[in-house]
Design a protein around this ligand. Structure first.
Ligand code: BES
Ligand code: MN
Ligand code: ZN
Length: 489
């Protein structure tokens, strides 16, 4: 697993700046004001820092941006990284500053002089998040990155705050690794094994195999995986950190390890992107990991449906009718609308078994949500304003884009079937909403529920503020915060 860098926090020691051999980062506030570390570097470099701080180049920098001065005279450092960050900077700006520094990390050590900045922990968090790289399959040996230390006021307190951030960063990295992993490696069995390994962290993990799913009547889910040689599985992860007997929050994830479309085969161009079609399950796994690492005082159950959607002589055909665990029959119009089939059965199972206080599902469900919202926002659908509000607030605080979409009964008629109770597609209009309307059939009226369509945000083609191109880990931070703020005892 890719692990976040270990960051060490210590008291400010100006003499350490003279001696540092790697990179030294200093913060410069609005108006070019230097702190003690900045003044020390300025003195060592005979005024270079002040000239920069008074320059137009500095004035034009945005909060959180960095400029580097290489091989400065008067110091042992190989570079000085000048970070524009005001004392009054908010959390987002502090994280961005850390992320900008992460991009400059190399084999040399990095010493970040955060002075008495109130968000020293957030600088470190941004630095950790952006230090991710997925190079498992790059055979050139990459030199190890240097150590990171942060000089700050009250380092013990900052280190304590950072321990909670580290649990989040590790959950985010776990999600990103799962989403980036190719489908010949991350099979349904390999995925289940990686989840089972989390028992070491105190999670209870159960794996339901095909015979058990058959007995439960999850024919809808099984119909998706029946063309693949990889066995379908449902994995249930329990984190019981809350009061005994309190109804849990249920997180449910779509885990299609590869989506060819099945008999309704997808076009070749871009099909390789469908290794990320387990993104919903990846986020559920990342959140569960974070909850366990930080020993959250909440009861949360994570359920993922792991299947592979392949064409074969045994695959489901368009026109087939299958029965769901709930009992509703479904006409399969398009075998590429498979995510809703997987989720419908797992959502029903989650409610029957756990009577959850709330239920949130995540899925790379529709291409249509990308047409609607692009790669900036996930689609949010909910039957309950209260729980939806809690999520939107947490997502906003974590800067994870989320936008609520309508879910009114008027759309239900688009998925009426001629021969069965419902059909699995509603045509092109409102494609994301009819997918949500399908899921809603498997949600009981008294279960507060959110469906997150993350097709546009789970994995992207360009770098984001906190991740290189590829898997983002979108949602781990928002869900962790939502649980922390609303579901802990
Ligand atoms: N996994 C796809 C959705 C998707 C598309 C995710 C692009 C990420 C990026 C999903 O299973 C799918 O194929 N949906 C179809 C539904 C249609 C057949 C009703 C789609 O969106 O085209
Ligand atoms: Mn599909
Ligand atoms: Zn899919």
């Amino acid at each position: 697993m890719t692990t976040p860098p270990e960051i060490n926090f210590r008291d400010t020691d100006l003499d350490a700046i003279d001696r540092a051999a790697g990179r030294v980062a200093v913060l410069i506030g609005a108006g070019g004001k230097l702190d003690a570390a900045g003044r020390r570097v300025n003195k060592l470099t005979r005024g270079a820092l002040l000239r920069f701080a008074e320059s137009e180049a500095f004035e034009k920098m945005k909060p959180g941006e960095v400029r580097s001065l290489a091989w400065p005279s008067g110091m042992g450092a190989e570079a000085i990284d000048l970070v524009r960050l005001d004392a009054r900077a908010d959390i987002e700006q502090a994280r961005k500053a850390g992320a900008a520094l992460a991009k400059l990390r190399n084999a040399a050590d990095m010493l970040v002089a955060a002075g008495n900045h109130k968000h020293a922990d957030q600088i470190a968090f941004g630095l950790a998040l952006r230090s991710y790289g997925f190079d498992t399959y790059k055979t050139d040996a990459k030199p190890a990155k240097g150590a990171v230390s942060v000089m700050c006021a009250k380092p013990e307190e900052v280190a304590a705050a950072s321990a909670a951030h580290a649990a989040v960063a590790e959950g985010v990295f776990f999600t990103r690794d799962l989403v980036n992993e190719p489908a010949n490696v991350l099979t349904t069995s390999d995925f289940a094994a990686r989840l089972a390994a989390m028992q070491e962290l105190g999670l209870e993990v159960e794996i339901l195999e095909e015979d058990a799913l058959q007995k439960l009547g999850m024919r809808m889910l099984l119909s998706v995986g029946q063309g693949s040689v990889s066995p379908s599985k449902v994995v249930v992860m329990h984190w019981n950190g809350g009061k005994k007997g309190d109804a849990p929050l249920a997180l449910v994830g779509k885990g299609v390890v590869f989506d060819t479309g099945g008999i309704s085969l997808k076009p070749a161009a871009g099909m390789e992107d469908m290794t990320m079609d387990m993104g919903g399950a990846g986020v559920v796994a990342g959140v569960m990991r974070t909850l366990a690492l930080r020993k959250a005082k909440a009861n949360v159950v994570g359920l993922v449906g792991l299947v592979e959607n392949m064409p074969s002589g045994e695959a489901t055909r368009p026109g087939d009718v299958v029965k769901s665990m709930k009992g509703d029959t479904v006409e399969i119009i398009n075998t590429d609308a498979e995510g809703r089939l997987v989720l419908g059965d797992v959502l029903w199972y989650a409610q029957e078994r756990f009577k959850p206080a709330g239920m949130i599902n995540l899925a790379t469900l529709t291409g249509a949500i990308i047409i609607g919202l692009g790669h900036e926002n996930a689609g949010v659908f909910s039957n309950d304003d209260a729980i939806c509000g809690q999520f939107l607030k947490a997502a906003e605080a974590e800067q994870e884009g989320a936008w609520r979409m309508p879910l009114s009964p008027a759309y239900d008629k688009l998925i009426e079937s001629r021969i069965a109770d419902i059909k699995n597609t509603g045509g092109r209009p409102a494609g994301s909403i009819t997918a949500a309307a399908f899921l809603k059939r498997f949600v009981k009226d008294d279960t507060p529920w959110i469906h997150l369509d993350i097709a546009g945000v789970a994995s992207v083609k360009s770098d984001t503020a906190y991740a290189p191109k590829g898997a983002t880990g979108w949602g781990v931070m928002a869900l962790n915060r939502m649980i922390r703020d609303n579901f802990e005892t």
